[in-house]
Design a protein around this ligand. Structure first.
Ligand SMILES: Nc1ncnc2c1ncn2[C@@H]1O[C@H](COP(=O)(O)OP(=O)(O)OP(=O)(O)O)[C@@H](O)[C@H]1O
Ligand SMILES: C=C(C)CCOP(=O)(O)O
Length: 248
């Protein structure tokens, strides 16, 4: 099966709070629909989307990150609420393209222990896949022992899902065509963080989960290899290609 992340930076205007990039989401949904329809029903697809201009701004205002928690219910309503709003946009657009996409909200399913380690039950995702659905998860808040609630990034969910479901392929679509070097050329392959640490930065927009540096670090922990690519390469990835940067 395949785990595909739609980066928040790719499907929203990350510089304007709670602003969707409708054209980008449409391009993504159309590419997913055309490849999903062409495949056998038993090749499952799980989609995870990030926050972009939904979630990061709200989390930043409330001072909540993946490690800094909150016990304020207003923070939960704002941050989780922004993410479920974006999730509705994603589900609606996929449904318009006849992709059988259904929501799975991490806030209601996952938690962290006192060390910050994430537990994400996947029985519902596996059953939905077996029943022919495309589960759609998203970066969210999660209960965090000793800290209240903290942010879980879509990237962290991708690695948890890929490990639990033994994914064959993992793809992260972002606003860049891959990880870029000093000359803005796409780096084809990354096998060690130190090799690329000097070019990896945070996001240029408000981002509480660490941008490209955190993304690469998370993906290096994954057993399967993963691809980071831009919107125009979703179809190539879903058809079996390895566009952009491969992290393994
Ligand atoms: N070497 C690099 N190559 C490419 N992008 C980089 C690099 N260093 C920093 N970045 C930044 O990382 C961003 C991508 O990370 P970001 O976390 O925003 O991605 P995303 O997963 O698509 O979005 P979100 O976290 O909102 O879901 C790029 O838009 C760019 O600003
Ligand atoms: C900010 C929140 C709530 C989710 C962030 O998920 P990401 O955009 O995948 O890092």
């Amino acid at each position: 099966m395949i785990v595909l992340k739609l980066g928040g930076s790719a499907i929203t205007d990350k510089d304007r709070p709670e602003t969707l990039d409708g054209a980008a989401l449409e391009e993504a949904a159309a590419a997913i629909a055309v490849t999903h329809a062409a495949k056998e029903r038993d090749e499952g697809l799980v989609i995870v989307h990030g926050g972009g201009s939904f979630g990061h701004h709200n989390a930043s205002e409330h001072g909540v990150t993946t490690t800094e928690g909150s016990h304020d219910t207003a923070a939960v309503f704002d941050i989780h609420g922004a993410m479920t709003t974006l999730n509705q946009f994603v589900l609606t657009r996929l449904a318009e393209h006849d992709v059988p996409a259904v929501p799975v909200h991490p806030f209601s399913a996952a938690h962290r222990d006192t060390d910050g380690d994430l537990t994400l039950p996947t029985g519902q995702v596996e059953t939905l896949l077996e029943e022919g659905f495309v589960p759609v998860l998203h970066g969210d808040l999660v209960a965090h022992a000793g800290a209240g609630v903290t942010v879980v990034s879509g990237d962290e969910l991708v690695t948890a899902l890929a490990t639990a479901l033994e994914a064959d392929r993992v793809g992260l679509c972002s606003t860049v065509p891959g990880v870029l070097d000093d000359d803005d050329a796409v780096i084809e392959q990354i096998t060690a963080f130190d090799d690329v640490a000097s070019v990896l930065g945070e996001s240029e927009s408000t981002d509480v989960t660490g941008g490209m540096a955190a993304k690469v670090q998370t993906l290096l922990e994954l057993e399967a290899s993963a691809s980071i690519f831009g919107l125009a390469d979703i179809k190539a990835f879903l058809e079996g290609g390895e566009p952009g940067t491969t992290v393994d």
